[in-house]
Ligand binder design. Structure first.
Ligand code: UDP
Ligand code: MG
Length: 333
């Protein structure tokens, strides 16, 4: 049986008008090469856009059966739009590829992704090899973004955004990740399974302008860090310990100064109290934060483990098939 692919494309603007034909051409090309089945689809997710995006999607769906779409009731942002598309596709497709609608991600990399899937990978990350076409500022901020993420304990794949192939098997498990703050590129690695990367060149936007200014990128980084890691809390605790140590040294120093008579009355006791309390408070905050961090992780209710395979998976499947055939035979007789 051939692989059914759903290409999930979040859209917030009419750029899709320009890229739709490119996507369709690529899909048809993959179908003609027998890499995917003819039942594969391009699934557009209209993220509550205010222009005619949804009308365009409906038009495409009428024109060619390879197009289909869903429309969100309001703008929920890029990450939610991708998730909506993936969940829509999970029971219909064997594999999904999420890609932006603006033509920045090289669609030619899809073929390689599918080949990697055929070689056994369940997740294939699209990684930008060069960012020649991005402005120096965008490149610099992106570098800082990935550096900051990793330093803060949110492990992400360097230069991978949301262009990735995910199999239906992984998506079924991913559906059990019930958190509301989404940071998909950091969450998929948590699901596990065999994964690999494919490299491509990031292009300029074909039209329109980016909806990810620095402000949104910082917000995404902050969301990513706080939803994947409690390292910031640990930093507070460590800071508390450092301040407490420094204040201890200060206490000794101010006592010495007091004894040698080089201070105005009250200075030593004030310095000691202020620095000591500062240290104690930071440590206490860190400890409280540690508990809040634990509660936060519990509230997410993430699956504690995921079984990737079981012995006898194939035989069980065959037995079910046999039973099904026998039942059908009985009905025919
Ligand atoms: N997008 C979306 N909802 C939004 C903003 C953006 O679905 O609220 C989509 C947009 O249509 C595009 C993708 O997310 O397909 C990436 O957005 P953009 O190109 O603006 O970001 P950049 O590539 O500059 O990071
Ligand atoms: Mg873009």
């Amino acid at each position: 049986m051939q692989t059914k692919l759903y290409i999930v494309v979040p859209c917030y603007e009419e750029v899709l008008l320009i890229t739709a034909n490119l996507f369709l051409e690529e899909l048809n090309d993959l179908i003609s090469k027998n890499k995917i089945s003819d039942e594969s689809r391009i699934l557009y997710v209209d993220d509550g856009s205010r222009d005619t995006t949804w009308e365009l999607i409906q038009d495409f769906a009428k024109r060619d059966e390879h197009f289909c779409g869903i429309s969100l009731s309001r703008n929920r942002g890029h990450q939610n739009a991708i998730l909506a598309g993936l969940m829509e596709a999970k029971d219909r497709a064997d594999i999904t590829i999420s890609i932006d609608c603006d033509g920045q991600d090289d669609i030619k990399a899809m073929e390689q992704m599918i080949d990697e899937y055929r070689n056994g990978a369940e997740i294939v990350y699209g990684v930008r090899s060069v960012r020649k076409k991005d402005s120096l500022f965008k490149r610099f901020t992106a570098e800082v973004f990935y550096g900051l993420m990793n330093d803060m304990g949110a492990e992400v794949i360097y230069n991978h955004a949301d262009y990735r192939l995910v199999s239906a098997k992984v998506l079924k498990e991913f559906a059990n990740f019930r958190e509301v703050n989404l940071f998909l590129r950091g969450m998929f690695p948590l699901v596990g399974f065999k994964s690999t990367s494919v490299y491509y060149e990031r292009r300029e936007r074909l039209a329109g302008k980016s909806h990810y200014p620095l402000r949104k990128m910082l917000a995404l980084a902050f969301d990513g860090i706080t939803s994947l890691s409690i390292r910031p809390i640990r930093i507070i605790t460590s800071l508390g310990v450092v301040v407490a140590i420094v204040s201890f040294i200060l206490v000794i120093w101010s006592i010495v100064r007091e004894l040698t008579g080089g201070t105005v009355p009250g200075w030593a006791s004030m310095t000691c109290i202020i620095s000591f309390l500062g240290g104690v408070q930071l440590i206490c905050m860190g400890v409280l934060g540690e508990y809040i961090g634990k509660i936060y992780m519990e509230v997410k209710g993430r699956p504690r483990y995921i079984v990737s395979e079981r012995t006898g998976d194939k035989e069980t499947a065959n037995k079910v098939d046999e039973a099904e055939t026998n039942k059908n035979k009985e009905i025919i007789q």
